[in-house]
Ligand binder design. Structure first.
Ligand code: GLN
Length: 490
C-alpha cells in the first residue's frame, strides 16, 4: 500500500519547485513518487488545450513510481540522484520501445530500438519519464508550428507561440506537468522557448552530452539541453547526463565536474565580481523590442550595482551569424535527413510503381514544408557549382565567429545578451515569413556556432505579461562557472 492515498492533496506545491524540495518532501513523508506522478497526470489532463504531449506514458510512469517508493522504503541509501524527478522528453530523443517521430509524418509508426545515452543515464538515477512532447518538425523552427501534430500554445497566453523548436518541452514545465524536460538546441531551441515561457534553459558545450539517440538535425551544432524551473535542477541534470560515451565520438571525455551545491560568492559578500561583455550596437538595433531592450539594460545596471563589471564590446560578425548558420545547418540537415527514404523508417507511400517513386513520394508525403525548404536549400549550397560560394564561405565565417567569441571570452567571464530580440509572438504570425523567423535567432545561434555553453534565465514579464529571458554564454566546458553565476543571480 502506498503511504498516502491518491486523493490526498499534495502538501507541497510542485509548480516552480526544484528537485531538492521534492526530495525533502518525499523523505519527510509529505508525499510519494506515486502521488507526484498522479499529480502531474492530472495537470497533463488539465492542460490538453495547450497541445503539449504527443504521448503520455501513464501506466508505466505510475508503475515506476510505485517501484521507486518501494525502493526508498526498503533501502533509503540506494536511491539515485534524480529520485522523484519527473521528466518529459522532446520527440527527437530515443527511448527504447517507445515511439519517436521528430514531429514528422515521415516517422509515423516508428519505434525506437534503443534509448539515448542521456535517457539511460537519467533512468539509472531513478528519474521517471512521463511522456513525449511536441516540437517543430526535426527541430527546425522557432515556434513549434512546423510539427505535424499542430502548434503547442504558450501557457502564459495561449494565443502566443511557446517558441521552438523545444516549445512543448518549455510549456510542459511552465504548465506544471513535470519537473524538468529534455530538449535539443541546434541554434537556440532550448533557450528561446525557455525565454518565451519564463523557464530556465541550458545548452551545454558541444560534446558535453552524448548525441547518441538524438535524432540529428545538424550534427556539428546539435546538443541535448535542459528546461527547468531552477538553475539548481539544470545543474543536477547536466551532471547526470554529461560525460564520455563510446557511442558518440564527438562526446568529450573530460571529467564531469560536480555541479551540486554551486556557490559563486557575490561581490557584495566579498566574492570576485564577474566580468561580463555585451553587444551595445545589437541592443540598440531598431529591430529590438523596446520592452526587452529596457529590461536588458535594467538588468545590466543591476549587475553593476551588485559589483560586477559589465562592458560593451564590438562583435563585428553579428550580421553574418544567421546567414552562415542557415547555410551550414541546412547543408548538414540535407545530408542527415537523406536516411528517411520510405524504406528504413516510418512512412512509406502506398502509391509507388518503382523504387524511385518510393523515395520521391514517401519523402513528398512525409516531410512538411519547412523541412523540405531546408533540404532543398542545403542540397543547393552543397551542389558542385555553388559549394565554394556558400558552404565553404559559411565554414570560414563560422571560424571567424569562433575565434572572435573565444577572444572575448578570454577577457570576460561571460557574454550577456537578450535570449530573443522579441517576446513570444502570435501563433501564425511568422508562418509565411521564414526569413523573419530565422532572423529572430540572432542572439542564440552564436553559442552553437562557437560550440560554447549558454543559459537563458527568466527576468520577469513585459507589460503584456509575457516572459522575458536573459542569456549568458561562457567559454567551452565552463558550465560549472556559468551555473554557479546563474544560481547566484536569483
Ligand atoms: N530556430 C532555429 C532553427 O530553426 C533553431 C532550431 C534548433 O535549435 N533546433 O534552426
Amino acid at each position: 500500500m502506498p503511504r498516502h492515498s491518491y486523493k490526498k492533496e499534495l502538501s507541497i506545491n510542485l509548480k516552480h519547485t526544484s528537485h531538492s524540495q521534492v526530495l525533502q518532501a518525499i523523505k519527510t513523508d509529505q508525499t510519494t513518487c506515486e502521488q507526484i506522478v498522479n499529480h502531474y497526470l492530472t495537470k497533463i489532463e488539465e492542460s490538453r488545450h495547450l497541445n503539449i504531449y504527443i504521448e503520455v506514458f501513464e501506466e508505466e510512469a505510475k508503475k515506476r513510481a510505485i517501484e521507486l517508493d518501494q525502493k526508498l522504503q526498503n533501502d533509503p541509501d540506494s536511491i539515485g540522484k534524480l529520485f522523484g524527478v519527473v521528466i518529459s522528453i522532446k520527440d527527437v530523443i530515443c527511448y527504447e520501445d517507445h515511439k519517436v517521430t521528430a514531429g514528422s509524418k515521415i516517422l509515423n509508426g516508428f519505434t525506437s530500438l534503443f534509448s539515448a545515452t542521456a535517457v539511460e543515464r537519467l533512468l539509472a538515477e531513478d528519474a521517471i519519464i512521463i511522456g513525449r512532447v511536441n516540437c517543430d518538425e526535426f527541430a527546425m523552427g522557432s515556434t513549434n508550428e512546423t510539427s505535424c501534430y499542430g502548434p503547442t500554445r504558450n501557457a502564459a497566453d495561449p494565443s502566443k507561440v511557446p517558441g521552438g523548436s523545444s516549445g512543448a518541452s518549455a510549456v510542459s514545465v511552465q504548465a506544471g506537468t513535470c519537473l524538468v524536460s529534455l530538449g535539443s538546441d541546434t541554434g537556440g531551441s532550448v533557450r528561446q522557448p525557455a525565454a518565451f515561457c519564463g523557464m530556465v534553459g541550458m545548452k551545454p558545450t558541444y560534446g558535453r552530452i552524448s548525441r547518441y539517440g538524438l535524432l540529428a538535425y545538424a550534427s556539428s551544432f546539435d546538443q541535448i539541453g535542459i528546461l527547468s524551473n531552477s538553475v539548481e535542477d539544470a545543474a543536477l541534470m547536466l551532471e547526470v547526463m554529461a560525460g564520455a560515451d563510446d557511442f558518440d565520438a564527438t562526446c568529450s571525455d573530460r571529467p564531469v565536474e560536480s555541479n551540486a551545491n554551486t556557490t559563486f560568492v557575490s561581490p557584495l559578500a566579498g566574492g570576485r565580481g564577474a566580468k561580463i561583455a555585451y553587444y551595445d550596437s545589437a541592443l540598440n538595433h531598431p529591430g529590438m523590442d523596446e520592452g526587452i531592450k529596457k529590461s536588458t539594460f535594467n538588468f545590466i545596471e543591476k549587475l553593476k550595482d551588485r559589483g560586477h563589471t559589465v562592458e560593451p564590446v564590438e562583435f563585428e560578425h553579428l550580421d553574418y551569424i544567421i546567414p552562415a548558420y542557415y547555410v551550414l545547418t541546412t547543408a548538414e540537415a540535407s545530408s542527415n535527413l537523406s536516411r528517411y527514404d520510405g524504406i528504413r523508417f516510418g512512412h512509406r507511400t502506398a502509391e509507388a510503381d518503382n523504387i524511385h517513386e518510393v523515395y520521391k513520394k514517401s519523402r513528398t508525403e512525409g516531410f512538411g514544408a519547412e523541412v523540405k525548404r531546408r533540404i532543398m536549400l542545403g542540397t543547393f549550397v552543397l551542389s558542385a557549382g555553388f559549394y565554394d560560394a556558400y558552404y565553404t564561405k559559411a565554414q570560414q565565417v563560422r571560424r571567424l565567429i569562433q575565434d572572435r567569441t573565444r577572444e572575448i571570452l578570454q577577457e570576460y567571464d561571460f557574454i550577456l545578451a537578450p535570449t530573443s530580440p522579441t517576446p513570444a509572438w502570435d501563433i501564425g504570425k511568422m508562418r509565411d515569413d521564414p526569413v523573419a523567423m530565422y532572423l529572430a535567432d540572432i542572439f542564440t545561434v552564436q553559442a552553437n556556432m562557437a560550440g560554447i555553453p549558454a543559459i537563458s534565465l527568466p527576468i520577469g514579464n513585459n507589460v503584456d505579461g509575457l516572459p522575458i529571458g536573459i542569456q549568458f554564454m561562457a567559454d567551452k566546458f565552463e558550465e560549472k562557472k556559468l551555473l554557479e553565476f546563474a544560481a547566484m543571480l536569483k
